[in-house]
Ligand binder design. Structure first.
Ligand SMILES: Nc1ncnc2c1ncn2[C@@H]1O[C@H](COP(=O)(O)OP(=O)(O)O)[C@@H](O)[C@H]1O
Ligand SMILES: [Mg+2]
Length: 283
């Protein structure tokens, strides 16, 4: 599988007084099978970038290649259905897009749109509702009776029902309580273990450290850095220039290393941290 941006430029409001270049010569190759975080300040181009992955936005120049699909300025929109099956896109606050009277109908909408029979769509709905951590009894309920976090799960199930190989999510944990956010990240980790490539925009550096493999830092419409998560959190001088909130564990490791310890800046969990501390204290 290949997921590649080559010299991608995107301009909003071309030839109007509001013209704004949101992506500038973006070259980027996302590693299939991994969880990649897209981070960066508000307005840096994260949402614009990811919407090119299923051609919701088209570049003004350059190309995006997703396996056999090549998205350019010229590509006609009619051939995009198989691309949208392959690349599932979850917008910010996807729960606002629930509209059917039952959750079952909402989840079945996508598969039916891609030509799946009613019976098979129902089988898929029964599976995906469980994949997002809810049981089958939810299928006959109205999506509007759920909590915010549950609604979001149902909305994500609706995208998963089309069995995408690549799942793209724009700030999927925004507005969730901390526990709900952790469960959401665990859901993506589980899907990733089942083989789904995950690309997600987030501001939560704790989540990046604990759940993601790769990170892309966007700045003013450009990819400023693309590296393994552990390399980002080991590079303290770069992190300072970024002016982003460090993960709590990374902050702690930085402070303790300033006292003469040598802990690995890529430690992800408190268990790993305790183990490493014990080794140094006993060693
Ligand atoms: N529909 C639009 N029309 C004009 N400008 C836009 C539009 N959408 C986004 N922009 C501008 O493009 C830039 C990048 O936006 P966006 O990709 O949403 O950034 P991010 O997701 O990183 O916050 C911002 O300056 C934003 O104001
Ligand atoms: Mg955004």
């Amino acid at each position: 599988m290949s997921i590649k941006f080559e010299k991608v430029n995107h301009i909003y409001g071309l030839n109007t007084p509001f013209e704004f270049q949101a992506l500038k010569d973006v070259d980027l190759e996302i590693i299939p099978g991994k969880i990649t975080a897209i981070v960066g300040h508000t307005g840096s181009g994260k949402s614009t970038l990811i919407q090119h992955l299923n051609a919701l936005l088209q570049p003004h120049s350059g190309a995006i290649t997703i396996d056999e699909f090549v998205i350019t300025k010229e590509k006609p929109k009619v051939s995009l259905k198989p691309l949208r099956k392959k690349v599932g896109m979850v917008f910010q606050f996807p729960e606002y897009q629930l509209f059917e009277e039952t959750i079952e109908k909402d989840i079945c909408f996508g598969p039916k749109n891609f030509g799946v029979s009613d019976e098979d769509a129902l089988l898929i709905a029964r599976k995906t509702i469980k994949d997002v951590g809810l049981d089958e009894s939810y299928l006959s309920r109205s999506p509007f009776d759920l909590s915010g976090g549950q609604k979001r799960r149902v909305a994500i199930a609706g995208i998963l029902a089309s069995q995408p190989e690549i799942l793209v999510l724009d700030e999927p944990t925004a507005g969730l309580d901390p526990q709900g956010a952790i469960e959401m990240m665990q859901l993506f980790a589980r899907l990733n273990r089942q083989g789904v490539t995950i690309i997600l925009v987030t501001h939560n550096m704790d989540h990046v450290l604990e759940y993601c493999d790769q990170v892309v830092v966007m700045n003013e419409g450009q990819v400023e850095r693309h590296c393994a998560v552990r390399d980002l959190f080991n590079d303290h001088s770069y992190l300072h220039t970024l002016n982003i909130e460090m993960p709590i564990i990374s902050k702690f490791i930085n402070d303790i290393n300033n006292c003469g310890y040598h802990l690995d800046g890529a430690i992800k969990t408190s268990d790993e941290l305790i183990k490493a501390l014990k080794e140094q204290l006993n060693g």
